[in-house]
Ligand binder design. Structure first.
Ligand code: THU
Length: 132
């Protein structure tokens, strides 16, 4: 699956978002190194703090399917925004848990323009396992 196809998948899955409180739909398409693509959407709750972002929905689904650290290749994130939509800081930390520094993050906007960054660029000086 190429970059454009992954972005298109994120745009399509966005339609499944459950976001009655923010009315902001987000779709994520997570590409695994074996070529599998795992979808994620934001799932909101009347108790707002129980909301799960699209990126974490996809990552947690991958883990539930048996994928491990190092199996993660890229993620495309789509929302109906003018600016490129970057993952929130909680999702960045979860991405750091499972993706290596070269994991690719494809930021898109409502026009499906794409900006590719590595996880290392998105989260410099990440908090991760440290030598003690
Ligand atoms: N949201 C995501 O799904 N991913 C992000 O990276 C940013 C925020 C969702 C959470 C909430 O349902 C809505 O967007 C508004 O914050």
């Amino acid at each position: 699956m190429n970059q454009q196809q992954l972005v298109e998948r994120a745009r399509q899955v966005k339609e499944n978002a459950y976001s009655p409180y923010s009315n902001f739909r987000v779709g994520a398409a997570l590409l695994m190194k074996d070529g599998t693509v795992i979808d994620g959407v934001n799932v909101e709750n009347v108790s707002f703090g129980a909301t799960n972002c699209a990126e974490r929905t996809a990552i947690f689904t991958a883990v539930a399917q048996g994928y491990k650290k190092g199996d993660f290749e890229a993620v495309a994130v789509s929302g109906d925004t003018v600016d490129f939509l970057p993952p929130c800081s909680i999702c960045r930390q979860v991405l750091v848990e499972f993706g290596g520094p070269d994991f690719k993050v494809l930021l898109t906007n409502g026009n499906a323009d794409v900006k590719e960054v590595t996880l290392d660029e998105l989260v410099p000086l990440a908090f991760t396992e440290l030598e003690m």
